[in-house]
Design a protein around this ligand. Sequence first.
Ligand code: MG
Length: 381
Amino acid sequence: MSFSAVVVAAGEGLRAGPGEPKAWRLLGLRPLILWSVERLLAAGAEEVVVVVAQDRLALVDGALKGLKGWLAVLGGKTRSASVQAGLAALSCGPDQIVLVHDAARPFVTRLHIDGLLAAIARADGAVPALPVADTLKRGHVAIEATVSREGLWRAQTPQAFRLGRLMDAYGRWPKDEEPTDDASVVERDGGRVALAPGDPMLMKLTYPEDFRMAEQLVGSQRIVRTGFGIDAHRFGPGDAVMLGGVNIAHDKGLIGHSDADVGLHALTDALLGAIAEGDIGLHFPPSDDQWKGASSDQFLLYAVDLAQGKGARILSADLTLICERPKIGPHRDAMRARIADLLGLPMDRVSVKATTTEGMGFTGRAEGLVAQAIVTVETPA
Ligand code: MG
């Protein structure tokens, strides 16, 4: 079933303590707003409208870099005004299902959305909700009453509605009242809002301690990914080769568009592979004169930046150089040190190995040199 989404991120989030507005605080090194938008798009949202405050409009592009299928609009003074601004910006028709979501709930998944889409089939709206588990007390300084939790639910977001039904209900909502969620607007308008399965993972980050807990969850949800890279360059005239970021005197040079450092090229491809970001030729086309004679360390540093932008942490690198000559052994530690420096790793996480092909093939005939690399990273799940 097709759906669109509005993500509300215009609030200050003052209860989260001093600092950036809440949606712009970092969670797992990435702005909070990125989490929801990325996950809604990944779950198949046709369009996501992100509602932000005036002073953040220019910053959304940077925060959502690389994502497609969203647009940002200016929010209002209240949450409900922001939701309505978001709904008005959607390009879909009135029958389209729209999920209204708070950027402060970063862990929304396709499973939550599937539950909502199933529940709204027989209702005007659907809300992920959890039964209240704690005993409820009413009181001020002391307890005045124990309240039955029978039939009580904690409503979360995203909340699902048909666009036209929700906009109509908002049109009839009293102007001087602020609803605490979107379901209540449809409820008061006589609509039937179904309860869909909630999830503790849909928790709302409100206080500084919520962010601390979320950081721990993010840490426990990271996965390890491995990328493989391979590169070959032909020997040509020259008196030195660049290998693994180190200049080595040799009776030949390596031919290439850049400095032809097969070691750093293989490592760059391995890192790009680990984060599924294409290959070195995609980012640095050989047809582009800008990279003629370029020092290959900038390719690797670019991939490191890209990885960090995706919340990835590089764990280790293993490079194998395949050639008869030059001898790699005497330069091994210089290469390890240089690569460790470029990847931001301690040297004991970087390995450089060498082998020959026993005189066989093009490496054996010393026509060229091959490098293979594996890079391991840890990324958000
Ligand atoms: Mg190359």
